[in-house]
Ligand binder design. Sequence first.
Ligand SMILES: O=P(O)(O)O[C@@H]1C[C@H](O)[C@@H](CO)O1
Ligand SMILES: Nc1nc2[nH]cnc2c(=O)[nH]1
Length: 292
Amino acid sequence: MHSKEQISHDDYQKTADWLMSQTKHRPQVAIICGSGLGMLADTLKCQDSFAYSDIPGFPQSTVQGHAGRLVFGELKGKTCVCMQGRFHMYEGHSLCKTTFPVRVFKLLGVETLIVTNAAGSLADGLQPGDIMIIKDHVNFPGFVGLNPLSGPNDDKFGPRFPAMSGCYDKGLRSTAMEIGKQLGVAGLMQEGVYAMVGGPNFESIAEARLLHRLGVDAVGMSTAAEVVVATHCGLRVFGLSLITNKVVKSYEDSDSVNHEGVLEVGRLRSQTVQQLVTELVSRMEINNNTAI
Ligand SMILES: O=P(O)(O)O[C@@H]1C[C@H](O)[C@@H](CO)O1
Ligand SMILES: Nc1nc2[nH]cnc2c(=O)[nH]1
């Protein structure tokens, strides 16, 4: 299922055309909300929102904490589109389906993608409630050929062999750290490496130890595939992980992670994440690139 499914340029274009026929908003920034972080969409003014089930070609969200709505609106003078709910491999979607919205955003004229997620920390210095600014990722599904760019390359979006060095924009990362200082939350923030695994199970202790030894700071079940597709089509990317739990690395530790706990930390930190993203969008420079 994962390697065979192909989506044509026309399929992405049809969805983009439908959305442009339904809203006057022409977004410059897209935001993908992670588990428990859907409230980011609530900050948009003059909203037009669409249930995923009403959008032609869109996959459906099946995970608790992912509302399944695409929200357009204004944030600090920038036009944004916000995914209240994302798609994961473990839901049974192919990777090109999980990343379908990213290419639609490109066709809508989006220049910058903000990705957020809930993640478990491997790094000893990252505690639940901390915010990790993603400086790089490890795309584990890609190691075994599960890559959204597999199959014939669509040259209209980008090159066959895209570089991934520098895929998380350095300028946006340092602006975010600066904003953290001004908001008085610098103590909660640090940069780190995110790893995407397939899920849906959380890590065994041996897997956690392996990830830690490999230099992974936080692990989750999304994001890297979206960023690969965004980078391929030339979007500027900013990513953050809300650390919702520590990944258990010791056989003596009786802690155990669950999805409700993940959502709860999302609720507790929602306002801080919202302030950080709002201020980042406010300071962004937009080039007004034309859509493909
Ligand atoms: O959509 P994200 O990556 O934020 O969701 C994480 C990974 C799983 O979907 C879920 C586990 O609680 O949270
Ligand atoms: N794989 C993984 N995903 C998460 N999402 C939130 N916490 C975790 C975690 O500990 N592991």
